[in-house]
Every structure is written in C-alpha cells, then in structure tokens.
Design a protein around this ligand. Sequence first.
Ligand SMILES: O=P(O)(O)OC[C@H]1O[C@](O)(COP(=O)(O)O)[C@@H](O)[C@@H]1O
Ligand SMILES: [Mg+2]
Ligand SMILES: [Mg+2]
Length: 339
Amino acid sequence: MPYNRITLTHFLLQDQRRLGGTGSFTGLVTDLIFACKMISREVNRGALAGNLGVAGSENIQGEEQKKLDVLSNEIFMHMNALGGAYAGMASEEMEHVSAIHGAGDGKYLLLFDPLDGSSNIDVNISVGTIFSILRLPEGASTIAEAAFLQKGVKQVAAGYALYGSSTMMVLTTGNGVNGFTLDQSIGMFMLTHPNMTIPADTQEFAINASRARFWEPPVKRYVDECLAGKEGPRGKDFNMRWVASMVAEVHRILCRGGVFMYPMDAENQAKGGKLRLMYEANPMAFIVEQAGGAASTGRQRILDIEPAKLHQRVPVILGSRNEVTRLVGYHSEHDSRRN
Ligand SMILES: O=P(O)(O)OC[C@H]1O[C@](O)(COP(=O)(O)O)[C@@H](O)[C@@H]1O
Ligand SMILES: [Mg+2]
Ligand SMILES: [Mg+2]
C-alpha cells in the first residue's frame, strides 16, 4: 500500500488552512466521520450483533423501520449532541428538527438519511448514509423547521458513506468531489478517489422497472429507446442496473457514469415522488453537479427547488449530463404537446 496517501482529516485541515477557517467545519465533519465509522461497524457485524430485521416501529414517512435505521439514527443523535458545531439537525427518521446545545459556535445545520437502502440490510447488499450541511441563516435565533428550508444551492457541503465491499466516504464542499476509503486496520479514511468526474455520455441506466406501468410518457420513451439498443433511435446498446440503494447507485455513476431515475409516476404522484428532497435529492444533486453531471426532477433543476416542508419528496433524475439533458427535453416536449 502506498504510504503517501492523505487521510480525510488531513484533507480537511489543508482546506481549512487554505480558506482561513476557524476549525468548526472541520470539527463537524470529524463528528460525521466518527458516526459513519460506528454505523459501518454495526452494518458489518450484522447478524452477529443481532442488528438485522425490523425494529417494530414506523418512521415519520410511514415506512417500517429496520433495527439498523433506528440504531444509525441514534448514533448520529448521540455523536452530534456531544459536538456543538451544529445548531440543529434533521433526520429522515425523525418527525421534527432538533436543536443542539453544545460547546461550539453552532453555525451549521445537519440533515441526514442515517441509513439509505434499508430494504437491502437483511440481504447483505450495500447501504449507506447521506448528509447535507447548511449554514444557520443570519439572524435565526430558534432552530425551527423554517431554518432548514433552504434551496439545495445553499448547501455548504454534502456527502455520503457507502457501506459496501469497502466502506467509503465521498464528500464535496463545493470544490469538486473526493472519495476516501476506510482502512479498517488503522481506522482512517484515505484519499483514494481524487476529483471524481462523471462522463457526459453513458450506456447504462438505473430505474425500478417493476413500476413501468406507472411511468409518465417521457420516462417510458427514454427507457424504450435505451432497450431498443443498436437497432433503435439511440443506435447503441444500453446496460441496466438497480441496486435499490441510492448511495450505491450514485457511487457507481460517479465511478463510471450512468443515469439514475426515481421519477414521478402515477402511483407516487400524490406524495410528490419517492425520494426525500432534503436528505437524498439535494445532497446527491450537489455531489453529482460538482462531479460534472446534472440532476433534475425532469422539469426543474433539483438544487433550485424551494422546499415547502422538511420531509418533502421529489422526482429524481441524475447522472451523466447528456442523458439528463435528453430526459429533460423529453419532458418539455411532452408538456408542450399537452398544453
Ligand atoms: O424499493 P425501491 O422502489 O426499489 O426503491 C429504492 C429506493 O428507495 C431507497 O431505498 C430509499 O431510501 P431509504 O432506504 O432511506 O428509505 C433508495 O435508496 C432507493 O433508490
Ligand atoms: Mg434513503
Ligand atoms: Mg433511510
């Protein structure tokens, strides 16, 4: 193994020095790193620690919670309560935001999906943690939901931890995207994937095809054209993947390109879509754009959405820029014919 790799902590300290920071951002990411290492350990111990299976409760989204959903959320709550760099936190698993009274200056807000891809936990397939960091708005004295309702473009940082064949942390602070692999033998994340970039073109798409009967015409058109392969209008063959863990899906796209879709469809329309704007769509859109890709609902850039509520759901189409642009074009052609 090369000895000249830098750790995530060194990487953050270099950034802090370059930007003349106070250290509070570095402190809060350090808390996050620790929380993700703890979750990684619990995911890894799986059945040995009795961590698999359902918790017997539902979250605010009306979804059945797995034991690891609850445990991961508790790890975050505990870790960050000790810190103080955050003024408040919001979790996919909790109905309300929570204020943090710590020792730090508390100028940031943390939003997170403690465990993404929960349906994969019991079958030993990759899951992850997604996080988004916002600044506490100027003059906001109370940590109420309104302080969190900021557009994705306002994110200071976003990232995810992937608990896969290796544990990785991928992070952006608005200056590109970098990936770090956990060296279990020394307990440190090492920079292994500098400047991750998404190719503009791809021959791979990801969508839950069991929902095809609910899709809108532009999505159906796009997928049909991909499936038609060389003989179809695209003139090339496409491959398809569906892990059912957004983190794993986005990671694959960052590594080799592709397009990921969880679109609005006839079945999820009443809820606004499937994925959560504040914990899934916004952080992933920030990462994908920083890596040169694009992220849209099909009708609007995700990072420009004005959030109306904390647990808002939105359609998500993200990945290789030219494919996302094509899908957005199909939506606008469809809408203009309808109007
Ligand atoms: O079960 P489906 O329809 O394949 O949906 C899978 C999608 O749901 C999610 O698992 C939702 O996230 P949670 O597990 O955090 O609820 C995404 O990671 C994934 O892309
Ligand atoms: Mg999720
Ligand atoms: Mg989750």
